[in-house]
Design a protein around this ligand. Sequence first.
Ligand code: FAQ
Length: 314
Amino acid sequence: MENNKFLDYVQAENKVEPKDVMPEDYRKLLVRQISQHAHSEIVGMLPEANWISRAPSLRRKMALLAKIQDEAGHGLYLYAASETLNNGANGADRDSTYNDMLSGKAKYSSIFNYPTLSWADIGAIGWLVDGAAIMNQVMLMGNSYGPYSRAMVRICKEESFHQRQGYEILMTLCKGTKEQKELAQEALNRFWWPALMMFGPNDSDSPNSQKSMNYKVKRESNDDLRQRFIDVTVSQADFLGLKVPDENLKWNEERQHYDFGALPWDEFMEVLKGNGPCNKKRLETKNKAQRENLWVKEAAIAFAEKQNVMSKIA
Ligand code: FAQ
């Protein structure tokens, strides 16, 4: 299909399916974004896993375990969606994409390079990180690539549970002792700016946005989504009795939006370069798991091959 015809097709809200003819730059853009998204889900399990053994009650432990397991499921749907774009020559098969994450070549969301220092951080991740993820992913449910958009529908449902789980942790802490409320405030202070940067650079500095919007992969801009997230989250912080750590945050009557302070983009760039607080640790952990659990994969493949041979003999 010619590029212009393809553009007309997606702009008329038609879905593209795996075996359809598609421009190479569309395929490439999707493999990049979907695989980065999959890596984020998988690496994103680590900051929370840090608190499984220290969750304050059995109920909290069960909810946290279920949430982390959901993230693994999201990773699987997304790796599967990315794999449908493999054309044999573009390195979009499962092993290549996964190895790109393990080697540090591929990106995953910057937010997961921050540590979880207290139990309140688990609340802040659910509330802010899953909250930001939902804001972005609701928009992605309408993206033009069928397998990605369908994966997003289920992921968004599960993310809503995650967001509430996190907010409830913070509500409990905020109704608790002075020390518990302080922990909640410190968690908000730590996660506020990194959560805002999850939406990516400002529109004027976003090299992929224009193409992505034309192809209806992204349907709203990084800045618009970030603004919407701030607008809904400030009143949630007020309800908790917490203060958003931004002296410039102010409701703008004319714009009908909050104005907010400058984001720490230098920090964002450092995290993207691999110099965030936990980048090295995250990759070490994933590589160690890959090495130590390789036998499980090998055993499963050997079993499947044996079954295959047996079914041919029978
Ligand atoms: N971190 O031109 P743009 C979750 C990169 S899932 C790292 O604006 P684009 C669930 C970007 O890749 C969270 N890198 O790029 C959960 C590009 O680099 P490249 C993940 C970032 O793609 C919760 C460059 O900067 N969600 O949290 C980031 O048009 C709790 C220029 O940027 C998704 O992945 C960043 N924050 O827009 C799990 C959603 N931002 O590739 C566990 C899908 C930008 O050219 C616990 N992705 N970069 O070398 C998207 O919607 C888009 O990819 C954006 C970036 C909006 C993230």
